[in-house]
Design a protein around this ligand. Sequence first.
Ligand code: R5P
Length: 288
Amino acid sequence: MLGFPEYSAQAKGLARAAGLNFAEIEVHHFPDGESRIRLPEHLPETVFICRSLNQPNEKLIELILAVSSARELGARKITLVAPYLAYMRQDKAFHPGEAVSQKIVGNLLATFFDALITVDPHLHRVHRIEDAVPIPLALTLSATTAMSSYLEGKLEKPILIGPDEESEQWVAAIAQQNDLEFYVARKLRFGDRDVSVSLPNADYRERHVVFVDDVISTGRTIESAIKEIQPYQPASITVMVTHALFAGDALKRLKIAGANEIWSTDSIPHPTNRIELAGCLAQKLMAL
Ligand code: R5P
């Protein structure tokens, strides 16, 4: 298992859970912005490269340098473990002339890697990961099992809410595992930072409310949902998210809006990380 420095703790944890040796990839950034990558001199035939692809542009180039060098150094089967997979949302040209990034980045990864493991990729119109990344073996796993276990026993009879239709799959899975009540809100998006969420009618008063989503980027979705729930005076407001992108002032906005707790998985390193994915990723990886 090879890991990049900014994701070393998670990659090391995954290697430990899967019983693999670990080595950190050395990355040097030259003053002109180019990167130099250095791998261990001798590599076995099977290699995993672990890197989450938030803030992806520079990371993608370094990943290509690493996987190409790994082949030169003896690796034959190389699996990318990318808990967060970038560029999955732009799955069509919304305006004439726009790049269909999902297809381009998916093809790029498929050119260099033999297999891919990722967590809850944000797929919309393209439903299957193998259609987004046409690679011989593409596996996804859901963070909902780890999230359910983390939630268990933390709050008394919480109500789970997904902020939009897409979140139903995750909120329903967590609710089912813990036998909890759940609702799905409706979302209207007018722009990157302009979102309005309307909650279904329910008795949220004095209840512990947990918002569940796969991604928090600008935080506007959850911020709007929190503002909508406040008039019901819930006992507490918790936010549970898989991929903690938290762009700009997102975290601050959620705290100001009234989030008492924010729990994220470690798919992306962030101060809100509470839920480790190493266990479920290792199971997937050992089943390869
Ligand atoms: C959208 O479909 C996703 O599930 C998230 O709700 C969305 O990406 C969150 O974005 P933001 O934090 O920028 O509102």
